[in-house]
Design a protein around this ligand. Structure first.
Ligand SMILES: Nc1ncnc2c1ncn2[C@@H]1O[C@H](COP(=O)(O)OP(=O)(O)OP(=O)(O)O)[C@@H](O)[C@H]1O
Length: 251
């Protein structure tokens, strides 16, 4: 782990009329597995959208790999090393699984910020990368299956695969197991755990018992602020955290 953070948020703030959803968030994210937790309304989703660039902050600053991206939207942030998945399924339903990922890899090969002197990726190279990404997420279903015919768990893996196409430094995951059956949750969490060896992962998740075991660091939010942040065991033993959110679930 280098000392330079991949993501640096300084006094990041989001107000919705009279509601301050995120209240001067200052946080560095390094090459580690960070989970953002907190009770309903704590500001997790708003934080996630501020990081992804789908919401503009009311105030504050965000840097990605040392570049000020505060005013930049999601697409631009992808080019600065940040990629995200969506809670709502965002696939081409009638296309095969492989084709869904291949299109994402192809799209990245055409980014306007790429070296203009470099050739676009060849089809062979695109296919190779697509296969590599699908292997990385443990996609063991038939890759010619149309996305709409995949189980919910494999759809989720496909979404993660698409988010990996730009080869991000940091992968943002918004409740990747929401709505899945227990066995599919395990499938997806296993993959996320493996991916955390390759990428910095930031996960928003309510399932505290899983998050506790797999995260390097927890960021506990409450009323739009970071109540505590650190290794799970330390954070979860903080009485303030227990009082606000975790009473009875840390034992
Ligand atoms: N678009 C919006 N307009 C007005 N208020 C909003 C909006 N989005 C979020 N809020 C408010 O901001 C606060 C933080 O909401 P946010 O969804 O970020 O919390 P959360 O921790 O993700 O909650 P949950 O776990 O329930 O999804 C809440 O009080 C919420 O009602």
């Amino acid at each position: 782990m280098t000392d330079d953070p991949i993501v640096r948020c300084t006094d990041l703030r989001k107000e919705f009329a009279a509601v301050t959803a995120v209240d001067d968030l200052t946080i560095d994210i390094h090459d580690e597995f960070t989970s953002v937790i907190g009770p309903n309304g704590a500001g997790k989703t708003t934080t996630f959208n501020l990081l992804a660039g789908t919401l503009s902050p009311t105030a504050g600053r965000m840097e990605l790999n040392g570049t000020d991206v505060t005013a930049k939207g999601p697409e631009s942030r992808v080019h600065h090393g940040l990629s995200r998945t969506y809670q709502i399924t965002n696939l081409f339903d009638e296309l095969p699984a492989f084709e869904n990922v291949r299109l994402a890899v192809q799209a990245v090969s055409d980014v306007p910020y790429a070296n203009v002197f470099a050739d676009a990726l060849s089809d062979q190279e695109i296919n190779r990368r697509t296969t590599e990404i699908l292997d990385l997420v443990g996609f063991e279903e038939d890759r010619t299956t149309a996305a709409e015919n995949l189980s919910q768990g494999y759809k989720r893996l496909l979404e993660i695969a698409i988010a990996l196409a730009p080869e991000p430094d940091v992968l943002l995951l918004d409740e990747p197991t929401a709505g899945l059956a227990v066995d599919k949750k395990e499938l997806v969490f296993d993959v996320v755990g493996d991916l955390a060896d390759e990428y910095a992962v930031v996960l928003i998740e309510h399932k505290l018992d899983v998050v506790r075991d797999m995260s390097d660091r927890l960021v506990v939010m409450h009323n739009g602020q970071v109540l505590d942040s650190g290794p799970p065991e330390e954070t979860l033993s903080n009485p303030e955290v227990q009082e606000a959110y975790l009473r009875g679930v840390t034992s």
